[in-house]
Ligand binder design. Structure first.
Ligand code: PLP
Length: 395
């Protein structure tokens, strides 16, 4: 992305600011579609990665469906014009209220996470898939591994067998689902997971209408070439999946939006103590929690041409963990310079919070020419309003 766009966006909309490059998002969608083009497939965008309705509409225009994990994500998908038959419902620990809502909406499929969840359907009709936990190590950060037996998601094969045997007739078992983790860059864990599902399907004689293999495709955060091995996926996994002879569903999140997003912020202070340098930004873990939560790496670019220095880069929150990068080589900034954090289009804004009463940033899309405001900056009044009753005398 051209630096001028960052300056222009910051000038027009202030900082901190999320900026999305629609051209990059389109490129990623095409890349995923090209990788899978010899399969009968459909991609569902994992909305937990980014639920901005403008971006959802953009993604939808490429024939992509939505993967939702809450009633509000479902409502947002509908607002963004996804039809119920283009929506897959996921999530563990669904409440009775959740299930009643989803069943009434009649989505393409509800992925059932546990044996216990089956009972919550009562005698209502639904088209379901069982989420299998194949006990495979995806070799990613432990907080984003989901398919190991110690993880809370899905059911092991023995439990799935029992569920299938005792499934009430109001529930139609249309498919199996698995999602083994996120930011996966090697294909071996996928081979292991999908092969064990293939053995299970054959041994149980299950007639599938589709197989849902989740998401998890990793991106190159460090710009060192470590990312999802798409060539390997096309060569080894696509043939394995075509053996199932049914449509294959994918729930990609990170792969589609991460590299299209930038968090533009302003340097507020350059602070030195006898041991270290600290560059403090007007963005913080409240705007982007991934580095604090997962030790996630994001490239950080200071928009000046100064000398290089080594520094920690942190935010304005009262937490030692509010650090975006440690001992990072960057251009020496001056207060007021812009700092741009890269690859934040997934699990960026969607994980933002009001910690320290931070106000959530604005979001802007860039279409190659224009900047389009796609979410206003939150205001203090927006937060205060939630605390006020009609004419609250407590304030
Ligand atoms: C069930 C499910 N599907 C899809 C995804 C999307 O994963 P990713 O963003 O790694 O593609 C997730 C993310 O955690 C998930 O839990």
């Amino acid at each position: 992305m051209n630096r001028d766009i960052f300056f222009r966006a910051a000038r027009e909309y202030g900082t901190p600011l999320y900026l999305y490059d629609l051209g990059e998002m389109q490129r990623r969608i095409k890349l995923a579609q090209d990788t899978l083009n010899s399969l009968d497939f459909k991609i569902f965008f994992a909305m937990k990665a980014n639920s901005n309705p403008y971006l959802l509409r953009f993604i939808h225009s490429y024939g992509i469906g939505a993967d939702v994990v809450s009633i509000n994500e479902y409502k947002m998908a509908r607002f963004a014009r996804f039809r119920p038959e283009e929506i897959i419902v996921n999530g563990n620990g669904k409440s009775m209220e959740d299930l009643e809502f989803y069943i009434a909406q009649n989505p393409l499929c509800i992925n059932v996470d546990s044996k216990e969840e089956i009972a919550k359907f009562g005698n209502k009709n639904a088209r379901i898939a069982l989420r299998i936990n194949p006990d495979v190590d995806p070799k990613t950060h432990p907080h984003i591994s989901t398919g190991l037996k110690e993880n809370k998601f899905g059911m092991d094969f023995e439990t799935a067998k029992e569920v299938i045997k005792t499934l009430p007739s109001n529930l139609r078992l249309a498919g199996l689902h698995c999602h083994i983790g996120s930011q996966i860059t090697k294909i071996d864990p996928f081979i292991e997971a999908f092969s064990s599902i293939e053995r299970f399907v054959k041994s149980q004689g299950i007639k599938l209408e589709f197989l849902n293999v989740g998401g998890g495709w990793g991106i190159d955060y460090k710009k060192d070439g470590t990312e999802m091995d798409l060539a390997g996926y096309k060569k080894k996994i696509v043939p394995l999946l075509s053996n199932f002879n049914v449509p294959i569903y994918f729930e990609l999140g990170r792969f589609i939006t991460a590299s299209a997003g930038y968090l533009i912020s302003k340097v507020t202070e350059v602070k030195r103590n006898p041991y270290k340098n600290f560059v403090i930004l007007d963005a913080s873990m409240a705007d982007l929690i991934r580095p604090s939560l997962y030790d996630a790496y994001h490239e950080i670019e200071i928009l000046n041409d100064g000398e290089e220095m080594i520094s920690d880069i942190g935010g304005r929150i009262c937490e030692s963990g509010d650090i975006f990068a440690r001992s990072r080589k960057i251009r020496t900034p001056r207060p007021g310079d812009l700092a741009v954090i890269h690859d934040v289009g997934s699990y960026g804004y969607s994980m933002a919070s009001n910690y320290n009463l931070s106000l959530r940033p604005a979001e802007v899309a860039f279409d190659g020419e224009k900047l389009i405001l796609i979410r206003k900056r939150e205001r203090f009044e927006d937060i205060l309003n939630l605390c006020l009753e009609d004419k609250n005398e407590n304030f």
